[in-house]
Ligand binder design. Structure first.
Ligand SMILES: Cc1cc2nc3c(=O)[nH]c(=O)nc-3n(C[C@H](O)[C@H](O)[C@H](O)COP(=O)(O)O)c2cc1C
Length: 174
């Protein structure tokens, strides 16, 4: 059994160093489209994706995540020139899970088109802060959005890490 999709799912890794050059529109659109086709509970598509590429906005989001980390010197997006933010659009039993599914699709798509990516946490806390609320306002987005996950995206400036061995009791077959 040979499948490019299976190769992608197995070999994608979290990338934590990025080249400063911006990704192409074609690459970005491929990643975003994969996000839009992720499964969502009852097909509600209750997820909002925000693609951040302007250097000023990328710096603002990076600083906001560092603020949640309580480390103003940190760069939690590792210098990636693109940040994808994933929000749930309203309180709904599945929307947080939907956001995670959207995030995972985009991470795998990034690897499939030759990009590096990394899931970055603290999106919920970032957009609970007044500065996060201000960014939503500036971007013309609803104040009711809740952050679920975010992604650092760009060209890798490091080798692809070797994955940890999988734990032996990962799967139970009955
Ligand atoms: C919910 C979640 C949150 C994560 N948050 C971060 C993060 O804030 N910073 C980071 O560098 N990696 C983060 N990661 C990436 C994981 O550390 C990474 O996926 C894990 O170490 C396994 O490595 P792999 O993705 O290369 O298989 C996160 C992953 C998940 C699923």
């Amino acid at each position: 059994m040979k499948s490019e999709a299976l190769e992608v799912l197995k070999n994608r890794r979290a990338i934590r160093a990025y080249k400063p050059e911006q990704i192409t529109e074609k690459e970005l659109n491929a990643v975003l489209e994969a996000g839009m086709y992720a499964p969502t509970g009852a097909g509600t598509q209750g997820v909002q994706i925000v693609a951040v590429q302007s250097p000023e906005e990328v710096a603002a989001v990076d600083a906001l995540n560092a603020k949640v980390l309580n480390n103003p010197d940190a760069h939690p997006y590792y210098g990636a020139p693109t940040i994808l933010l994933i929000f749930e659009t309203e309180a709904c039993v599945t929307h947080e899970l939907d956001g995670a599914a959207v995030c995972t699709n985009m991470l795998n798509a990034a690897y499939a088109v030759g990009l590096g990516s990394c899931w970055i946490h603290r999106c919920r806390q970032m957009f609970e802060l007044p500065e996060g609320r201000e960014l939503l306002k500036k971007w013309g987005l609803s104040q009711t959005l809740t952050g679920v996950a975010s992604i650092a995206l760009g060209y890798a400036a490091c080798e692809r890490p070797v994955p940890k061995p999988r734990k032996t009791d990962y799967i139970v077959r009955v």
